[in-house]
Design a protein around this ligand. Structure first.
Ligand code: C2E
Ligand code: MG
Ligand code: MG
Ligand code: MG
Length: 287
């Protein structure tokens, strides 16, 4: 009887399937197993202090190697994970991995922090902050070495709850960064009450900067505003030296982008920061 009922439901459901949804169903089924199957990996992209020319931190970016399809972009599987609730498991995994790996390169003598992207749903989960504190304690990583990146759109949704969570997070010593800054709608009104440490200017302003005066002016205004409110300001998506030079003149503190380095697996990243720290003089001239 039950089987029949299920079959009936299935037929109804199948009638409404389109190829797009089918792909999502299949990806969802596979993504559910990805953590357990060890198919996820974090890549690390250096964040460079423009004053010293050296990496001071990095962003952890998730990579999924699907058993049949190979590499699948986070631009595709992260939104799917957010819609289906899988993001909680993925984020727990990413936090543990990033904290443990950062603790490892710190132990090897590299004072380089790590930024982890956190989606809205995860941030407001009741045990998320306790979990982070526990991970920091068990790894021995200092709270200051961890930054949590949250996107601007998050604040428009559930502001009181989010502000609460961020406030508690910052009380533990963890830093908070607003990712993709400038792409939301209420950028200015919420800035004064936000418990954050850093603004991360969105790539869409950085890509055209070297050729577009308007984008330069927008970036300049963000830097002035951010700095006078006491925030660190970082630019992402820096693809060429000319843009890096302008950003330095404008007073941006940190940069991240293909011009400096692409996201790399853990081993390559450890190698990269070791070379970066040895190679101080060359780095600061080149950047
Ligand atoms: P995001 O946090 O804004 O990350 C920046 C993206 O820009 C990354 O793409 C990075 O590889 C890319 N990028 C860095 N420098 C350059 C550059 O110079 N030029 C260009 N064209 N791109 C550059 P990626 O790794 O594909 O990640 C895309 C988005 O997926 C991220 O945007 C973030 O929103 C999300 N994501 C990635 N990993 C995680 C994660 O662990 N958790 C969550 N919740 N979201 C994640
Ligand atoms: Mg980010
Ligand atoms: Mg971003
Ligand atoms: Mg983004």
């Amino acid at each position: 009887r039950l089987a029949k009922k299920e079959q009936g439901n299935f037929r109804v459901y199948e009638a409404s399937l389109n190829p797009f949804k089918l792909r999502h169903l299949e990806l969802y089924r596979d993504l559910k197993k990805a953590v357990a199957e060890g198919e996820l990996q974090l890549y690390y992209q250096p964040q460079i202090n423009l004053e010293t020319g050296k990496a001071v931190s990095c962003e952890a970016l998730m990579r999924w190697t699907h058993p049949d399809e190979g590499f699948i972009s986070p631009g595709e599987f992260i939104p799917l994970a957010e819609k289906t609730g899988l993001i909680t498991e993925l984020s727990r995994w990413a936090l543990k991995e990033a904290i443990d790996q950062c603790a490892r390169w710190q132990l090897a003598g590299h004072s380089v922090g790590v930024s982890v992207n956190l989606s809205c749903h995860c941030l407001t989960e009741s045990d998320m902050i306790d979990r982070i504190v526990e991970l920091l304690n068990s790894s021995g990583l200092e709270a200051r070495q961890l930054t949590v990146e949250v996107t601007e759109s998050l604040f428009m949704e559930q502001s009181e709850q989010v502000i609460d969570a961020l406030t508690r997070l910052r009380e533990t010593g963890v830093l908070v960064s607003i990712d993709d800054f400038g792409t939301g709608y209420s950028s200015l009104s919420y800035l004064k009450k936000l418990p954050v440490d850093e603004l991360k200017i969105d790539q869409s302003f950085i890509f055209p900067m070297a050729k577009s005066k308007k984008d330069r002016m927008i970036v300049h205004a963000i830097v002035e505003l951010g700095t006078s409110l006491g925030f660190e300001v970082i630019a992402e998506g820096v693809e060429d030296g000319a843009t890096g030079k302008i950003l330095k003149e404008i007073g941006v503190h940190k940069v991240q982008g293909f011009h400096y380095a692409r996201p790399m697996p853990f081993d390559d990243f450890c190698f990269w920061i070791a070379a970066d720290q040895l190679d101080g003089a060359k780095q600061s001239n080149g950047k």
